[in-house]
Design a protein around this ligand. Structure first.
Ligand code: FES
Ligand code: FES
Length: 390
């Protein structure tokens, strides 16, 4: 059993539950919050969408134990939210529901759309709704309802229901009834038992800033800083160490190619370009963007990196990743699973870099506990990548 502490709709909740209990099942069966609906139960239909730390997430593919310490808001917790009140009125006026099964998840997603995209047109709204399936309405009324709220003005959101603030910046002094500073997401906590890179470890911290998801990675390499820095001057080598990346061309620091990613049943293949710039003191930036044509999802992001000495002969590679996904797959970019997924990409990158520089194949995989499934996906991809290497 796992002892889980959550803040559900503003109330602190503790429960001893089987570790494999999904958040949706926990809310429905232990808290009787049946407004969170279950449809597909594998992250596709969006019926179970709710807010974790203020951001939409699928509760059917989130373990309650993995959300330990998080703030969860269900459709019931949004009863008096002014944005939700406006959306409910608009859904009624525009006949945006029939059987209502999709409606709680649809409303939570609609709320995210009107808050995040004040200028969204009908096409953009349809794109954003691609992760919420409705069998009844044909979506026309839903799109009109969201447009109506945008047109009539989105009400201000109480601070208790705003998106996740940068860690440590929120305090009870800032307003009545304010949530306490959010705990680091499971992905942002230092792992129990270090994930070794050489004799070092991976650490990830996640914050959100300006719509970006930002991850700070600290990677220890058993190689001297000069050697790591020299390797980083080679964009082709950098790209070859990124799991799932394939290079089409490299010219004057500009890399064109593709990057594939798999998250459970979701697969994406982003094609695009990135530019590498080197600064002083062994620092640099990589900026790029790409698009997954199949889902019409766009990814843009940057990575700032610095190589620092670590002891007599080691180095620390610090990477600050900032990325934003726009489009249907964006809904999957806000959960802790994706944060861990990104952390694993950084981990594999560091491990591959180290292996390449030492002229050997990648080290054996480490155990990743809850995320072993994702790890196996990445390991298979890595094997394929290495298999293509000369
Ligand atoms: S029930 Fe969670 S996405 Fe379908
Ligand atoms: S209203 Fe019936 S599934 Fe959407």
């Amino acid at each position: 059993m796992s002892l889980v502490t959550l803040r559900v709709n503003g109330e602190d909740v503790r429960a001893d539950i089987p570790p494999r209990t999904h958040l949706a099942d926990f809310l429905r069966e232990h808290r009787l919050l049946t407004g969170t609906h279950l449809g597909c139960e594998h992250g596709v239909c969006g019926a179970c969408t709710l807010l974790i730390e203020g951001a939409p997430a699928r509760s059917c593919i989130a373990y309650a134990a993995a959300c330990d310490g998080a703030s969860v808001t269900t459709i019931e917790g949004l009863e008096h939210d002014p944005v939700m009140e406006a959306l409910r009125a608009a859904f009624t006026a525009e006949h945006a529901l029939q059987c209502g099964y999709c409606t709680p998840g649809m409303l939570v997603t609609a709320r995210d759309i009107v808050l995040r995209l004040p200028d969204a047109d009908a096409d953009r709204i349809r794109l954003e709704l691609a992760g919420n399936l409705c069998r009844c309405t044909g979506y026309a009324g839903i799109v009109r309802a969201i447009q109506r709220v945008l047109r009539e003005g989105v009400p201000a959101v109480p601070r208790t229901l705003t998106r996740l603030a940068p860690l440590g910046t929120l305090s009870r002094d800032e307003g009545e009834g304010l949530s306490p500073p959010p705990s680091p997401s499971p992905a942002s906590r230092e792992r129990e038992g270090p994930v070794a890179v050489g004799d070092g470890r991976v650490r990830a911290n996640e914050v959100r800033a300006g719509g970006n998801t930002e991850l700070t990675q600290t990677l220890r390499l058993s190689l001297p800083p000069d050697q790591v820095w020299a390797a980083l001057q080679d964009p082709a080598l950098i790209a070859s160490c990124i799991p799932g990346a394939a290079i089409a061309s490299v010219q004057d620091g500009r890399i064109e190619g593709t990057m594939e990613a798999a998250l459970g049943p979701m697969r994406a293949r982003f094609a695009g370009a990135a530019t590498v710039r080197y600064g002083t003191d062994r620092t640099g930036t990589i900026e790029g963007e790409g698009q997954d044509r199949a889902s019409a999802t766009r990814l843009s992001g940057s990575a700032r990196f610095a190589v620092l000495p670590d002891g007599a002969s080691g180095s620390v590679l610090e990477i600050v990743l900032a990325y934003i996904l726009r489009g249907p797959l964006a809904q999957f970019a806000r959960g802790a699973v994706v944060q861990d997924f990104a952390a694993e990409i950084a981990y594999l990158f560091a491990r591959n870099l180290e292996a390449r520089m030492q002229g050997r194949a990648a080290a054996p995989a480490a155990s990743l506990g809850l995320f072993a499934l994702l790890w196996r996906v990445l390991r298979r991809r890595l094997a394929r990548l290495l298999g293509r290497e000369p």
